[in-house]
Design a protein. Structure first.
Length: 128
């Protein structure tokens, strides 16, 4: 079954997939990145917090970096794992970044672990 991207049902299912994934062997460069992400769409804004390469709902006070991007772009980057789309969006101003850019850039240069790649494919499979 597919769930609408960023819907409450989607978050519930993603949380289940993460819980059942076991050790994701997250690279150190990803572990040190904490980012508040604001995803914009016609329906409004969805606040997310990214740590260890994983998302939770809501923002975290004191996060050193903030991103603002469209739902379409968020889906390309975080569900379809299209990192080139993220770089292009940053360069064209389609994605706004505030705060500590260095760790975010360093994270982009790291190859996800095999368990992370499997989880991303599972998330893509349940995303409408």
């Amino acid at each position: 079954m597919a769930y609408a991207f960023l819907s409450p049902e989607w978050f519930t299912k993603v949380d289940e997939l993460i819980a059942s994934a076991g050790d994701l062997q997250i690279p150190e460069a990803m572990k040190v990145v904490e980012v508040n992400v604001t995803v914009t769409s016609a329906a409004g804004e969805t606040p997310l917090f990214m740590k260890d390469g994983l998302f939770t709902q809501g923002h975290k006070a004191g996060a050193p970096t903030s991103l603002t991007l469209s739902a379409e772009l968020a889906r390309k980057i975080f569900v379809e794992a299209d990192m080139a789309a993220g770089v292009q969006a940053f360069l064209t101003g389609e994605m706004k970044v505030e705060g500590d850019l260095a760790k975010l850039v360093a994270m982009q240069t790291v190859e996800p672990s095999e368990p992370q790649k499997r989880l991303t494919k599972q998330i893509a499979a349940i995303t409408a």
